[in-house]
Design a protein around this ligand. Structure first.
Ligand code: NAD
Length: 481
């Protein structure tokens, strides 16, 4: 049975004249469902609905907004089996990765539900009079999300935007949007109509119409750096505020005293190959001290060779397919180029019965000591292809890790905590981890955001909420100089 998604605008399900079909990346001959191809008219309707809902929502006491958000978070906290299966089928994730995507979304919203005090005014009363610094909502906000972790990434916008008193339109990705349309549609029904709207459609049409709409006060975008650049230019017309969570080319630096136990190797494999290397903060480049290079490559090869590729719905599979044709074409070309110019080792195996031609499957690869200039090192590959390079001093490792326009995540691995923190201090990355580098290394209270061309602003934490508010200083002071 296939699933038919719908948009949610002003509390109502909305479809259109055109539909977009969603394939299963593990069984390309099977259709998972279809979703409405949104249009500029749908954007108008969504902005109108969010605008109309804004005055009442901002006037709703924050405790009530927080209570509704608690219900919204709870909806995702225990992912329903049918949502998990749908997400795996359309996205290619393992079932447990689908659970993580949905449940992390629930957590991302619940954090804001439990901190209504983050919106509190600052009040100063003294001999000069009264100063009240208010955190005012901005109005209609837009969240634009990519296909890789759509539930989590949409929820990271829902929590702070709605707690602060804004109304929101989420634009789901064109690849694998069905579960997000479904779950967020149910979430919208818990809230007053128009507070949360969900639209589908193509980025250059629907996304761009949202970004350029003069009534949209803020755009929170997660996606590629290239699209982020376009959005920044488009938003300049009406000076909409921006949060940009963009691409990365994360380096992991393994110092000479790194622990290479099974546990540590397991963390590295998770960091580089979870969700087929398609997570923004996956390890994209691995730098290891030359004295530990051979040992690392040996141990890592053994562990990566255990990866079983196939349909993520099957329990024995540990790595699903690449999500979509665009990404698959890009990474298979990159792999062919890499094999031609570098020492590239193919590892892992396919699950029994996998029809390799009927899915976007790719076995994991290690690329042995390629030069930093090679495309597989210098660009964000978003694939299960990990380049491993040698270095001879900490200074050299830091310089090479920082030698990119990106600055999303990075990690330092060492048995000496103080040394690791000291090296981490020199890494140009918004999120710098020690002895870990994956979703599991994220601290729930830490702001997540990129340095350099990996982004502007933050998600998660109180810092993210600030991005959805406008400070208003109200005073009755009058000091004649
Ligand atoms: P993408 O930029 O192609 O698309 C992301 C979203 O933007 C989609 O919903 C798309 O429809 C929309 N879009 C495209 N063009 C647009 C336009 N002109 N105006 C408005 N919206 C537009 O990215 P993708 O390929 O879907 O996602 C992969 C990228 O996302 C990678 O670079 C990855 O690193 C990045 N990412 C970053 C983070 C982070 O937190 N920094 C998290 C996940 C993914």
């Amino acid at each position: 049975m296939t699933y038919e998604g719908h948009m949610t605008i002003g509390g109502k399900p909305v479809t259109g004249d055109e539909w977009v079909s969603v394939p299963n990346p593990a069984h390309l001959s099977a259709v998972v469902g279809r979703y409405p191809q949104g249009t500029i008219e749908h954007v108008e309707q969504a902005v109108e609905a969010a605008s109309s809902a804004f005055p009442d929502w901002r006037a709703t006491p924050v405790a009530e907004r927080a209570a509704l958000l608690a219900q919204a978070g709870a909806l995702l906290a225990q992912p329903r089996d049918e949502w998990v299966s749908l997400l795996t089928a359309e996205n290619g994730k393992l079932l447990r990765e689908a659970v993580i995507d949905i449940a992390m979304g629930g957590e991302a919203i619940s954090v804001y539900a439990s901190h209504p005090e983050w919106t509190q005014d600052r009040v100063v009363d003294d001999e000069r009079g009264r100063l009240v610094v208010r955190k005012q909502p901005l109005g209609v906000c837009v969240g634009i999300v990519p296909w890789n972790f759509p539930l989590t990434l949409a929820s990271l916008k829902v929590g702070p935007a709605l707690l602060a008193g804004n109304t929101l339109i989420i634009k789901v990705p064109e690849f694998a949007p069905l579960t997000t349309l479904r779950a967020l549609g149910e979430m919208a029904a818990l809230l007053p109509p128009g507070v949360l709207n969900i639209v589908s459609g193509y980025g250059p049409e629907v996304g761009r119409a949202l970004v350029t709409h003069p009534k949209v006060r803020k755009i929170a975008f997660t996606g590629s750096t290239e699209t982020g650049r376009q959005i920044m230019a488009d938003a300049s017309g009406h000076l909409a505020r921006l949060t940009l969570e963009l691409g990365g080319n994360d380096a992991a630096v393994l110092l000479d005293d790194v622990d290479l136990s099974d546990e540590a190797i397991g963390r590295i494999v998770t960091g580089a190959f979870m969700y087929s290397g398609q997570i923004c903060i996956d390890i994209k480049r691995l730098y290891v001290h030359e004295s530990r290079y051979d040992e690392l490559v040996d141990r890592l090869s053994v562990a990566v060779d255990k990866i079983v590729v196939g349909d993520g719905a099957r329990p024995e599979v540990t790595m699903g397919p690449i999500n979509n044709a665009r990404q698959y074409d890009k990474v298979t070309k990159l792999l062919a180029e890499t094999k031609r110019d570098a020492d590239c080792v193919q590892l892992g195996s396919y699950a029994d019965g996998t029809d390799v031609e009927d899915g976007y499957f790719l076995l994991p690869h290690l690329v042995l000591d390629p030069p930093d200039e090679m495309k597989v090192v210098a660009t964000e590959q978003m694939a299960p292809i990990l380049p491993v390079m040698k270095f001879s001093s900490d200074e050299e490792a830091v310089t090479r890790a920082n030698g990119t326009e990106y600055g999303l995540g990075a990690s330092v691995w060492s048995s000496d905590r103080d040394r690791a923190f000291s090296v981490a201090d020199r890494m140009e990355a918004g999120m710098t981890f020690i002895n870990g580098h994956s979703l599991f290394a994220l601290h729930p209270d830490a702001p997540a955001g990129g340095a350099k061309q990996s982004g502007h602003g933050y998600e998660m934490s109180q810092e993210a909420l600030e991005g959805y508010t406008q400070l208003q200083a109200i005073t009755n002071t009058y000091t004649q100089l």
